[in-house]
Design a protein around this ligand. Structure first.
Ligand code: G3P
Ligand code: CA
Length: 257
């Protein structure tokens, strides 16, 4: 465990199950979310898209091609057409019949349960609708919104400063990274009385940054762990918030002593 002596009690990480548990169940399906919950996820991560007729559904890609038995852009299909698709069959027969969830269905399934919903806004322009559905379900204390798009986060904050926001960024050319960090600082200033997290790709983070945040009690959620070695290494460096496709690693983790 890196700097910690053997048998040290180390804080259990705050874990976000990325799109459910896509290593064990089809991504972004209710079966996957339920499994994430059963495995003890602190947060369940999802991505939102808007259908042709204006409904929020949960899908990472802009098309349904990879994860369902259908074809086409989400934005060119109606909710009814999308709900007829099978979102489980490509993963395995035992998941046949899984539907593409609506955002509303996802909210309702976990309302009042001991889990936070980490909802990513891929596109600018859906903030008001996202906020309306969260508010109508009375779930502002159970959702964190995140985005790579600063404008989208600022808008979300202005619509309802009660909802925590996470600003996503990844490593890039140094200039780009520095601009992102400047933006993030602005967001953090914005959020002096508010919960703002800086959600960096795990590859772009490093031990000093992890320690800086950890020792100040500041949370960062780091995406997306799909290889076990860096997952274990970063946790040993003190990383608090992994976002992972492998929720099951936590159940077995020696970190959670
Ligand atoms: O949680 C952040 C992470 O999901 C961002 O990447 O492409 O999987 O949405 P992506
Ligand atoms: Ca995402």
């Amino acid at each position: 465990l890196g700097k910690y002596p053997e048998n040290t009690i180390v804080q259990r990480p705050i874990v976000a199950a990325h799109r459910g548990v896509p290593s064990m169940a089809p991504e972004n399906t209710m079966a996957g979310y339920q499994l994430a919950y059963d495995l003890g996820a602190d947060q369940i991560e999802t991505d939102l898209q808007l259908t042709k007729d204006g409904y929020l559904v949960i899908m990472h890609d802009t098309t349904v091609d990879r994860t369902t038995n259908g074809k086409g852009a989400v934005s060119s299909l109606t909710l009814e057409e999308i709900r007829q698709l099978d979102a489980g069959i490509k993963f395995g027969e035992e998941f046949a019949g899984e539907k593409v969830p609506t955002f509303r269905e996802f909210l309702q399934a976990f309302k009042g349960k001991d889990v936070i919903l980490l909802v990513e806004l891929k596109d600018e322009g859906i903030e008001e609708q996202v906020m309306r559905e969260i508010q109508e379900e009375g779930m502002i204390d159970q959702v964190v919104l995140q985005s790579f798009n600063l404008g989208s986060m600022v808008k979300s904050y202005e619509l309802n400063p009660e909802i925590p926001i996470g600003y996503l960024y990844s490593a890039g050319v140094p200039e780009a990274q520095s601009a992102k960090i400047q933006n993030a600082k602005k967001m953090m200033n914005y959020g002096t009385t508010h919960n703002v997290t800086l959600n960096a790709s795990y590859g772009s983070t490093y031990k000093e940054f992890i320690q800086y945040m950890r020792q100040r009690g500041m949370l960062t959620m780091h995406w997306t762990f799909r290889d076990e070695e860096p997952f274990r290494d970063k946790l040993a460096q003190g990383l608090i918030g992994p976002i992972t496709d492998y929720m099951q690693w936590l159940t077995d983790s020696p970190i959670s002593l």
